[in-house]
Write a protein that binds this ligand. Structure first.
Ligand code: ZN
Length: 274
């Protein structure tokens, strides 16, 4: 890493290390011949990542997981109050388990390419399961009094969740519609809701029901319709191997469950291509 790539004033950490060079290293400090290659002592200047005062705890998320030391509270790593905040994730325990898996499949976890894989996978699971013990319904706490009493629909909310049977991702879109009873919620909160419910090991059927139940319970909506469509990698990359297959689930509450005309209307809106 060339010192010239660092911006002026950027704090640097100076590290000595031995670099393998091919060919002549004339003039290098303390060259040691090693056959076709040579070793020389070099000095590397790396930027030191300090937490800017204004950046809040977001940088902690980048720095802390690099050297997991047991059970790390990830709650401090999320600067966005809307982000799921897991209580605690035992990164070391996940990393040890991943290392065991690598052994079990006949790999060498100590080879260069896999050295950091267990910690990397641990951080990935912490992210994928960040909604495990949270209350996604908190996103529906702030409501606005409105006289509007027709269908509110937010379509094509993308998500990525994890199949609890295979621990493989399933990805797709969710569509949420509701009939307000004098109270509406910010539209972006429906995206937050889906995002947080998705970050758990689960099946698509339960994910759909969970979103519908929270909408009905927290908003006291007269009707709720949730449709989720997703591709399951446990169906596409293994087992039956059917790429392109799509799984659709729906959950109806209130008027949309009891009244066929209302249900047809909302499903028509969700299914429209425009
Ligand atoms: Zn599965």
């Amino acid at each position: 890493m060339a010192a010239g790539t660092l911006s002026p004033g950027c704090p640097v950490e100076v590290t000595d290390f031995f670099q393998v060079c091919r060919g002549s290293v004339a003039g290098a400090e303390g060259p040691l011949d090693r056959g076709a290659s040579c070793w020389r002592r070099a000095t590397v200047r790396r930027p030191v990542f300090e937490r800017p005062h204004s950046a809040g705890p977001a940088m902690t998320q980048m720095l802390v997981p690099r050297t997991p030391t047991g059970t790390i509270p990830l709650s401090a790593a999320y600067s966005d109050p809307n982000e799921p905040r897991p209580q605690r994730v035992d990164l070391d325990r996940i990393a040890k388990a991943v290392r065991e898996i690598l052994f079990a499949v006949g790999e060498d976890p100590d080879r260069e390419g896999l050295l950091e894989t267990p910690q990397r996978v641990a951080r990935m699971y912490a992210e994928m399961f960040a909604g495990l013990k949270t209350d996604p319904g908190r996103h529906l706490a702030k409501v606005f009094n409105e006289r509007y009493d027709e269908i509110v629909l937010v379509r094509d909310i993308s998500f990525c969740s994890m199949c609890e049977h295979h621990l493989l991702p399933f990805t797709g879109t969710a569509h949420i519609a509701y009939l307000p009873s004098g109270k509406v919620v910010g539209l972006s909160k429906l995206g937050r809701l889906v995002e947080e419910v998705a970050r758990r090991p689960q099946v698509q059927e339960r994910m759909t029901e969970t979103i519908a139940d929270l909408m009905e319970d927290r908003l006291q909506a007269r009707g709720v319709a949730v449709v989720v469509q997703a591709t399951h990698t446990c169906m596409t990359i293994r087992g039956v191997r059917k790429p392109g297959s799509l799984c659709l689930t729906s959950a109806m509450r209130g008027v949309f469950r009891t009244d066929a005309a209302s249900r047809a209307e909302v499903l028509d809106l969700i299914g429209r291509k425009d």
